[in-house]
Ligand binder design. Sequence first.
Ligand code: COI
Length: 354
Amino acid sequence: MELTVIEAEKLKKKPDESKLGFGALFTDYMFNMDYAPDKGWHSARIEPYAPLALDPSTMFLHYAQGAFEGLKAYRTESGNIQLFRPQENFARLNRSCRRLCIPEIDAAFALEALKQLLKMEKGWVPSEPETSLYIRPTMIATDPYLGVRASHTYRFYIILSPVGAYYPEGFNPVKILVTHDYVRAVRGGVGEAKTPGNYAASILAGEKAHEAGYTQVLWLDGVERKYVEEVGSMNIFFVIDDQIVTPELNGSILPGITRDSVIKLAKHWKDSVAERKISIDELMQAHASGKLKEVFGAGTAAVISPVGEIKYGDQVITISGGKVGPVAQKYYKAITDIQYGKGEDPLGWIVQVV
Ligand code: COI
């Protein structure tokens, strides 16, 4: 497919890199592409970043038929720009699309379009430590129609945002609250798709956690409310004895790319790792017997986020003395070293842009 470029008349002022937060600033250009049944995916274009003009009846706005991705572009010390496992993001986007009845995109073309967009926007990839250019591929149903069915038309776009740390805590341990009252997703639902409704469903519990002085929620499964599933908008890992344990993918857990990277690196280094069901009771018992060494979240935005405290009912437990544990530290360093081109890339995960 052809990719046209429409030049911007005026470019924005670049932000102060030492003050970047997460997701509030956007670059000069975006990628857009449309779908219609008679044309398929068409009109691929890079054009100035601008608001979308949507009919108030646009199906996505009413029924959330859509999907998104999150990945980052990193600037290396030598000034190159690179991506971390981007093929996995476009593959997952297509899996989300299948679940949401959205026509799939050509993943190889989308990656090429993203690379071209990044070449134009390379000046927006920050160079301060722990900063990057967050990439948000987004898919929305665009029929102006209020009946509940699959839309016939779609817009796919990619926007870029220079970012620093996702949590104000940075890499310092966060406090999390186990919620029994709310669930994020259920098997058979859309929990394993990266789709907006999952995030909307998580907000109330997150707000209650904040009110109680906690950064995030620890989600239990939606059926028995017994097995641990995720933390906030991230996957979760435990170090029990000397084994790294993460909940197995069961249909309601998001198959995170950082999650998969931790598992693959652990296997590569022959660190003991298991994907299995883990109940909250097992976790509390492991803590009581001194076997729960570490807990950490894993996701693209925060990479590895150590957990220093968990509140479950009336019990409050402190993990790793409230400090960053060695396993979280090791995987954070290994993954970020690969991403920023500071360390070897043993599993061939880096894709060069420029
Ligand atoms: C992540 O990258 O960990 C996320 O899913 C957070 C994102 C929705 C901002």
